[in-house]
Write a protein that binds this ligand. Structure first.
Ligand code: SF4
Length: 118
């Protein structure tokens, strides 16, 4: 009952619900739809926690643009080809990282680029 009331209140306040579209990202021949949701089941069960935009895990599921460069997120752990002074902070602090939109970008590292047919 509490969760039903909570959900209704959130809808009335125009607060994003789990499964709502957050953003569509188009770059280099690829399109990603980002949805609201929860990273942890315990967050879903907590009525005080709101859904957040869910970002792709490009380490687990690599994606490449049409030039063969891999997508990355700012919060992604740095790889062995990191260039910069803040390695513990992840890709966003790497000189190879180019932000596209929001927290998603492209890794321009030549070593991580793959061959494409184009
Ligand atoms: S080289 Fe690319 S994947 Fe590696 S840390 Fe830099 S931006 Fe991230």
């Amino acid at each position: 009952m509490l969760s039903r009331l909570s959900r209704r209140n959130r809808q009335e306040e125009n607060i994003p619900q789990e499964g709502d579209l957050y953003a569509r990202i188009e770059h280099g021949g690829r399109t990603f739809d980002l949805y609201y949701g929860y990273y942890e089941e315990c967050d879903r069960q907590n009525p005080l926690v709101r859904p957040v935009p869910l970002y792709p895990d490009f380490l687990a599921h690599p994606q490449y643009d049409n030039e063969g460069y891999p997508f990355a997120t700012e919060m992604q752990d740095a790889c062995p080809y990191y260039v910069g002074n803040l390695k513990d902070d992840g890709c966003y602090a790497c000189e190879h990282y180019r932000q596209l939109i929001d927290f998603i970008g492209i890794c321009t590292c030549a070593v991580r680029r793959i061959e494409t047919e184009e």
